[in-house]
Design a protein around this ligand. Structure first.
Ligand code: NA7
Length: 585
């Protein structure tokens, strides 16, 4: 097995000699949250460093460099609001920004605010231990250096702990093996040598049909000699309807940015996308159909905003799902392939993250693209030369009569390159992969074994001065992540400033408040169709051995912002704040 050689743009650390740096705050991760946290905490006079495993700032947008990687929130919304000059200077070129454009944007922000000198690249944080005596965190890394800090901000992302499938023989594959979340460094276009070598003119296989795969597949199909897609669960894929942004649209946004940003924070999803307040139940079939048709035409995730009850009323949801199924049948020429692409009946639309792509279903009309339905012919194992499938439930060597009855025979799909588009240990993976140890030796991994426990998603009892950014039990993945990140950074900045001004040393979630928040997050989900469709990473279902708990908060940005602001206004209700330890006093 080989992977394209990684050539990262940022300089590697030069002082891997066991040095320890003492700081006010360590921020782990240089994505949207981490970059803003650095700027904001520096703004209140803290000595801060960001520690980042990648070769540049960007987080998700640094690592997920696969062809077609693109945001599914509109670019004019998916950007920082905190600096008016930056939002006036920067001009987005497309309705949905591509990965290279978003990465260029974050790099620009880091340069513009002179943040890079506070960022340590190519350094992975491996441990963080609370020291009660000093009231500080000790942060260990894989680069030989360590840090201590009064405050620790984990801006590690909810979709960053990449996950490879546990398929027998994976390590024996002799072609190029690459995960979408760890694509060869550089830009994802054909100019990148490693990327070109892996895809162009090659026999490529893709395992997975989630958001990453459905963006990648149409572009890889254009460049590969042959593409084989291994699909376990068909998803609902909306046409993104992406297009270049007209000058007048950009100018109009720039003229009204403050109002737009304020609207986003008062909205459910943290952006300006139009949502229909009407319930599908109260409309006629014709009215519902017209609304669905208009949502399909406007593209992207707008479908889930078609009706107020689309995620609570099974009838309304099923009708929307059938509408999309009909679109799939109409687009895909081969009836059997079309049938294989239809999402299953027990998957309520939207309860698995909706995908947004360009020419996804159309790609299956190409002669050089083949869909392998793993429900009919599951993967048996991976071999040196490719992926071997077998007849469902019968193994190899099943009777020929079975094949004649429509059951595919299985066999070896020969490949030069295998792309794993198999997702992430979502929501909690990036936190628990670090050995985080709080008070009395309690580890975060152990504490969260049956699901994450936080107050307002921002702190967890037993872990003083540890702040979690845009993570579990916040709107995060159900919202514009940049809005969520800004809300958290601003709250944490305020919390630390207030703590210092009050002459206090630690802040920590209280157990009672945490219990109440966990119950609230769960109760909100139980009132929706998410409770009936649990086979998704929202529930941890994609990660073997993980507790099946609904992890995001679906109450929306507006309610979340009110809750967390009120807590701070009420003298940090639900949080305990204590005197500094003697060594700090
Ligand atoms: P996702 O959405 O978790 O998709 C992963 C895909 O990989 C999905 O189709 C899985 O099928 C498939 N998968 C995972 N393991 C296997 C095995 N062992 N065999 C076959 N197929 C497998 O990850 P993405 O990277 O696409 O997107 C993650 C989020 O990032 C996305 O929602 C956006 O918010 C951005 P399954 O459905 O589990 O049957």
């Amino acid at each position: 097995m080989t992977s394209p050689s990684a050539h990262a743009p940022g300089p590697a650390p030069d002082d891997e000699d066991g040095t320890t740096t003492d700081l006010d705050a360590v921020v782990v991760g240089a994505g949207f949250s981490g970059v803003y946290a650095l700027h904001s905490l520096r703004g209140i006079g803290l000595d801060v460093r960001v520690v980042e495993s990648g070769g540049d700032v960007g987080g998700t947008w640094y690592h997920n460099r696969y062809p077609g990687a693109r945001c599914d929130i509109e670019s004019l919304d998916y950007s920082y609001s905190f600096d008016h000059d930056i939002q006036q200077e920067w001009t987005w070129t497309e309705r949905y920004a591509s990965q290279p454009e978003i990465l260029a944007y974050i790099r620009h922000v880091a340069d513009r605010l002179d943040l890079r000198r506070h960022v340590d690249l190519h350094v992975r944080v491996t441990s963080a231990t609370w020291d009660e005596a000093s009231g500080r965190w000790s942060v260990g890394t894989d680069a030989g250096r360590s840090y201590t800090a009064q405050h620790l901000v984990l801006a590690t992302g909810v979709l960053s702990a990449a996950q490879s499938p546990q398929i027998p023989g994976l390590e024996s594959f002799e072609g190029t093996l690459v995960h979408t979340a760890d694509w060869p460094d550089g830009t994802p276009d054909a100019a990148n040598a490693a990327d070109r070598e892996a895809i162009n003119g090659k026999r490529v296989g893709v395992i997975g049909t989630g958001s990453s795969a459905t963006q990648l597949i149409p572009l890889v199909a254009e460049r590969a000699a042959r593409l084989t897609v291994f699909q376990r669960t068909p998803n609902f894929v909306m046409p993104a309807q992406n297009h270049p942004l007209g000058e007048s649209v950009v100018d109009e946004w720039k003229a009204h940015y403050p109002e737009r940003r304020a609207f986003a924070r008062r909205s459910r999803n943290g952006h300006n996308q139009a949502s229909n307040p009407l319930r599908g139940r109260d409309l006629t079939t014709a009215e519902r159909h017209a609304e669905l048709e208009s949502r399909w035409s406007s593209g992207g995730l707008y479908m889930m905003r078609a009706f107020a009850d689309i995620l609570t009323d099974p009838y309304v949801n099923a009708e929307a799902a059938d509408f999309v199924r009909e679109k799939i049948r109409n687009i895909v020429d081969d009836p059997r392939t079309a049938a294989d692409l239809l999402p299953p009946r027990d998957l309520a639309i939207g309860t698995k993250r909706l995908c947004s792509g360009t020419n996804y279903y159309e790609t299956y009309n190409r002669d050089d693209v083949r869909l392998v339905n793993l429900r009919r012919t599951p993967i048996d194992r991976i071999e040196a030369g490719g992926v071997r499938t077998r007849r469902s439930g019968v193994g190899e060597g099943a009777p020929a009569a079975q094949a004649a009855a429509g059951d595919e025979p299985g066999g070896l799909h020969e490949l030069d390159t295998l792309v794993l588009a198999t997702g992430f240990d979502a929501m909690t993976g990036s936190y628990v992969r670090i050995d985080v140890t709080g008070r009395d030796g309690l580890t975060l991994r152990e504490k969260w074994r049956d699901g994450p426990r936080t107050h307002l998603g921002v702190m967890s009892a037993g872990f003083p001065n540890l702040f979690l950014m845009a993570g579990p039990q916040t709107p995060s993945v159900f919202s514009n992540m940049v809005t969520q990140a800004e809300i958290h950074v601003e709250w944490v900045t305020r919390a630390i400033r207030d703590l210092r001004e009050a002459g206090l040393g630690t802040i920590e979630a209280s157990v009672d408040a945490e219990d109440a928040w966990v119950d609230h997050v769960t109760a909100e989900a139980e009132q929706t169709l998410y409770a009936t469709s649990r086979n998704s990473w929202f529930w941890g279902a994609n990660t073997p051995g993980k507790a099946q708990v609904f992890t995001p908060y679906i109450g929306g940005i507006a309610r979340y912002l009110e809750a967390i602001t009120t807590a701070a206004d009420q003298d940090y209700a639900g949080f305990a704040r204590t005197q500094p330890t003697p060594t700090l006093a």
